[in-house]
Design a binder for this molecule. Sequence first.
Ligand code: PEP
Length: 252
Amino acid sequence: MRQKVVIANWKMNYDFHETTSFIRNFLKIVFERKINHNKKIIISPSFPFLHISNQILQGTTLNIAAQNIHHKDKGSYTGEVSAYMLKSIGVQNVILGHSERREFFFEKENILLEKIKIALKYNFNIIFCVGESSLERSNNKQFDIVKTQLKETVFHCTSDEVKSFYIAYEPIWAIGTGETATIEQAQTMHEFIRSLFFDKYGKNISDKVSILYGGSINDLNAKNLFSQKDIDGGLVGKSSLELEKLLKIIQS
Ligand code: PEP
């Protein structure tokens, strides 16, 4: 069975106190309500709070992820943070290729591939995001776009390396907009992505790769989305900032 995964992407939101008290409350409720743990739960706070978050989560089955890394491991890159550094504080997961990184920080496939290589060098698991804009979808280009995004990045990896990936399908028009992809749009794209993994790496890997949906998931739509056969969980932005909503999404 494929791993079910929920990732809370907090983006540039919570400060130190908000981050630590959220995680402490979250843990308390997860244990009190005996929320089952057979899914992977990953919380992704901002860089300054990764260390303390990791310390709070020690001894639990919950994990943290960085929201980005630089594409080199060391050097004169003022203001940047590397996989080498994050590894030293116990971070094991990183989100790469998020559409906000692509849009606001001009990250293109060639840089993303370098980031992937560095992340793999330090044994990170990679949550790799793909997805089309609304214009691309209205021109029926969504499948070409996603295929190219994967072909120029993830598909440069060996079948051994690709086991370290979760793929997040995040249609850009659904991120932070309140507009979710329909169940059919999401399932069709997830099935397509799985077929690309099949063509490139074969059945064993395509059966196992977890493909997450992201884009305005909330406590009301999560269950329907997650019940689709190729949707293995979610990458959640806004709704992950509210404790009860996040818990409901995890229970979905
Ligand atoms: C995201 O940014 O990864 C995301 C899915 O955001 P939201 O849930 O707010 O649409």
